[in-house]
Design a protein around this ligand. Structure first.
Ligand code: HAM
Length: 423
């Protein structure tokens, strides 16, 4: 009886060998880039206590109400696969007293996250983000540096048509006042709203502004503007951010309708979108979260960060090229008998230790097939261990491009290749 094949779960994807080099490139570039700003890597567990996200991200958010992978552990604890990284990073910051090392703690990550959203292009149930969190400074220069870092990194990757939108949603007092006014404005329109917006009116009114439905966008045209509710300090802070971005020549758009889907934000928020993506156009999002450390049980500590989605960046960079790229092979060792196989295995280890990229047959194939494989891998040299060679304690080295070949002493193999590859 043939068995059904088992496929990956909806909303998850394999990153195949032809694609993984693109991933490695982004990860490596990000590490190089962000080290220059003084950030250090943090890795947090794949799952956390559910309460962390309920308290951190917010009870009324889409993430917490409907997108988390949550289960009850055998001891009754409620656990959740992390849907985002700001709350886990802040949890770790508090738990390990990271703030005592330096007054400003700068952390970065590159990780896998889980949200049970409806899958579509650029939206998965397991996806990847890289991002940073800087915990400890209330000043606008931190906001400007972080926003500019996000923008410059995405530009450096070669992404064009980037749009940076910035906003200030004010301190908690301003946002509460605004929220009340917004609800007053929307209530009379309640029946004209979609089910989801009606629900948000109860749970998270600001998120209604995030609607993509044209009729709703129209209805909200005259909704109160958050910028009118900012306190003087909020306004000064935001003006300074704007001024610094101008000094750094980072192009941006002020968007007072931009609300982010997570509750921890205060004051500056931003998003970077790309026209080359469809509906899911946000490549990167972030902002200030001055109350999060305190609401997760730490001392009041202002902070700011961003995260960018790797899958969306790859889509925006152009369909990932599935390359025929094979690993580099410097030398392919060709063996012919049990003895030469044993010799080949020990030589391959010696040469790999020296830093060479070695290929060798593990299928007991004919010499002809082994040469074919060496060609396919674009090996520069074939190292032949034939009977004659074995008898004389020698090997034949064949340069694949020219077919030049010579016999050399086994003991001088390393020095021969070091010279050939100028190591
Ligand atoms: P976020 O806006 O929820 O923010 O996610 C940031 C980015 O992750 C998005 O702009 C998008 O590129 C990517 N992303 C989100 N959900 C998905 C998905 N289902 N599939 C593919 N990509 C996705 C946060 O997560 C905040 N923690 C960012 C932050 C850090 N704020 C302050 N510090």
């Amino acid at each position: 009886m043939t068995k059904n094949i088992i496929r990956s779960v909806k909303g998850t994807k394999d990153i195949l060998p032809g694609e993984s080099s693109e991933w490695q490139k982004i990860e490596k570039s990000f590490r190089n880039f962000i080290h220059r700003y003084g950030y250090r890597e943090i890795r947090t567990p794949v799952f956390e206590k559910t309460e962390l996200f309920a308290r951190g991200v917010g009870e009324g958010t889409d993430i917490v109400t409907k997108e988390m992978y949550t289960w009850e552990d055998r001891n009754g604890d409620s656990l959740t696969l992390k849907p985002e990284l700001t709350a886990p990073v802040v949890r770790a910051y508090i738990q390990h007293n990271l703030g005592t090392e330096l007054p400003l703690t700068k952390l970065y990550y590159f990780d896998s996250l889980f949200r049970r959203e409806r899958p579509q292009k650029g939206r998965q149930r397991q996806f990847h983000q890289f991002g940073i969190e800087a915990i400890g400074s209330p000043f606008p220069e931190l906001d400007a540096e972080i926003i500019s870092a996000a923008y410059l990194f995405l530009s450096d990757l070669g992404l064009s048509k980037l749009k940076l939108k910035i906003n200030s949603i004010g301190s908690n007092i301003a946002r509460e006042m605004y929220s009340r006014e917004l609800v007053n404005f929307i209530k009379p329109l309640r029946n004209k709203l979609s089910k989801i917006s009606q629900k948000r009116l109860e749970t998270n009114p600001l998120r209604i502004l995030d609607t993509k439905i044209p009729e709703e966008i129209d209805l909200l045209k005259n909704a109160p503007d958050i910028t009118k509710y900012l306190t003087n300090e909020d306004q000064e802070h935001f003006q300074d951010v704007v001024k610094l971005l101008e000094i750094m020549e980072i192009p941006f758009i002020l968007d007072s309708r931009m609300v982010r889907g997570l509750d921890y934000y205060s004051r500056t928020t931003f998003e970077i979108t790309s026209d080359s993506l469809g509906g899911q156009d946000a490549l990167c999002g972030g902002g200030r979260y001055d109350s999060l450390v305190e609401s997760l049980g730490g001392k009041p500590t202002p902070a700011m960060g961003f995260a960018a989605g790797v899958e969306r960046i790859l889509i925006a960079l152009g369909e990932t090229q599935i390359s025929n790229y094979t690993n580099r092979t410097d030398i392919f060792i060709i063996t012919m008998s049990k003895d030469s196989l044993e010799m080949g295995i020990s030589l391959s280890n010696i040469l790999r230790k020296e830093g060479f990229y070695i290929g060798m047959d593990s299928l007991r194939r004919s010499v002809k097939s082994q040469f074919r494989e060496a060609n396919k891998l674009r090996a520069q040299y074939a190292l032949i261990l034939g009977e004659e060679e074995m008898k004389q304690n020698k090997v034949t080295v064949k340069q694949m491009s020219s077919s030049d070949q010579s016999m050399i002493d086994i003991n001088s193999i390393s020095s021969f290749f070091k010279k050939s590859f100028s190591l």
